[in-house]
Design a protein around this ligand. Structure first.
Ligand SMILES: Cc1cc2nc3c(=O)[nH]c(=O)nc-3n(C[C@H](O)[C@H](O)[C@H](O)COP(=O)(O)O)c2cc1C
Length: 319
């Protein structure tokens, strides 16, 4: 029996996206149409267990509305995964997800995340240390890619053999970054391997899903337990809805939704931990898809405080 058996089949998850899927954005997505599962941005377990803890722990903020939520961690030292996993359970997370997929050059050079595809003994140690830390009180899962240089299903097999509760496959290799379409056939092969091994591990597919309908089709075609959507939310904050109203949203409605995001941002982050410029990437999500959107974005991005920004947005809604 899976520790994630509260999830529907198929379930939909919002992908972890660093500097994007913080509690503020997760709450906005939840308000538009809540996915079945959230993840935090990736959080460095070694950083969390160091003097830099105060800055790192901020990424673990969550509220009533962005739940159920799994904390995603990365790092190098198994003992820090153990300690962090214990803390995450205490903080109320439904599970701990291990990032074995990030392709970032610096991260890979240090031997973390997708580099672990080539260091399977350390990957195994990290999983086991995390499982010990969690001690059956929450799920332990992995999010990874199909291989490092080439598709290599022996990697997914090793992860399945570790007895993880959930395995999310971003259907590309590390080498492919996001440059080619995701290989869903191979994600289906991992699911088949799970079936052949008769394991309870949930298999989640990820890569280029643009709508709920699209995700449902892929889940059905490859018999997957879950679908994870990342960038699809940039084109439609209601991406988890089967009847998204986004295409018919007016300029006023879009700006009003962005105002909500900014108000929450001001309450949670302003003047500490996240500067106002981090809002710019969100501006492109909301202030888009209507005539004059570019001009509106230019005015909005010139604001130097959230008070000024909220005033500009208010005037735009009135005009
Ligand atoms: C801005 C950005 C930040 C990301 N940060 C993370 C992260 O912290 N952890 C992670 O596992 N994947 C991260 N990813 C990868 C996504 O979770 C996802 O696997 C990838 O975008 C493919 O899915 P999509 O096509 O639905 O976006 C990030 C992707 C983007 C675009």
């Amino acid at each position: 029996m899976s520790r994630l058996n509260f999830l529907p089949n198929p379930f939909f998850a919002l992908a972890p996206m660093d500097d994007v899927t913080d509690t503020v954005f997760r709450q906005i997505v939840a308000k538009c149409c809540k996915p079945d599962l959230f993840f935090t941005e990736f959080v460095n377990a070694d950083g969390l267990q160091s003097l830099g803890r105060e800055g790192v722990i901020q990424k673990l903020k969550f509220t009533e509305s962005d739940q159920p939520i799994i904390a995603q961690i990365w790092g190098l030292k198994p003992e820090n995964f153990y300690k962090t996993a214990r803390e995450l359970v205490e903080l109320g997370f439904s599970g701990v997800d291990l990032n074995f997929g990030c392709p970032d050059k610096t991260v890979v050079k240090n031997g973390a995340c997708s580099a672990l595809i080539n260091n399977r003994s350390l990957a195994t140690e990290i999983i086991q240390a995390t499982k010990e830390g969690v001690s059956g009180r929450a799920s332990v899962s992995v999010k990874t890619r199909l291989g490092f240089e080439v598709v290599d299903l022996s990697w997914a097999e090793l992860l399945l053999d570790q007895g993880v509760d959930m395995l999310t496959i971003h259907g590309r290799t590390r080498k492919e970054l996001s440059k080619v379409p995701a290989h869903w056939e191979d994600i289906g092969r991992v699911r088949k391997m799970r079936d052949d091994k008769k394991l309870p591990t949930l298999i989640v597919g990820n890569g280029d899903v643009t709508s709920r309908k699209h995700g449902e089709e892929l889940a059905q075609k490859y018999s997957l337990d879950g679908i994870m959507i990342g960038r699809g939310v940039f084109n439609d904050p209601f991406v988890f809805s089967s009847t998204s109203p986004w295409q018919s949203y007016s300029r006023q409605q879009k700006i009003a939704l962005y105002s909500e995001h900014v108000r929450l941002f001001a309450k949670i982050w302003e003047k500490k931990y996240r500067p106002i410029r981090t809002l710019n990437k969100f501006c492109k999500i909301y202030v888009n898809g209507y005539e004059g959107a570019k001009g509106d974005r230019e005015k909005i991005m010139a604001a130097v405080s959230t008070d000024e920004l909220l005033l500009i947005l208010h005037e735009m809604i009135q005009s």
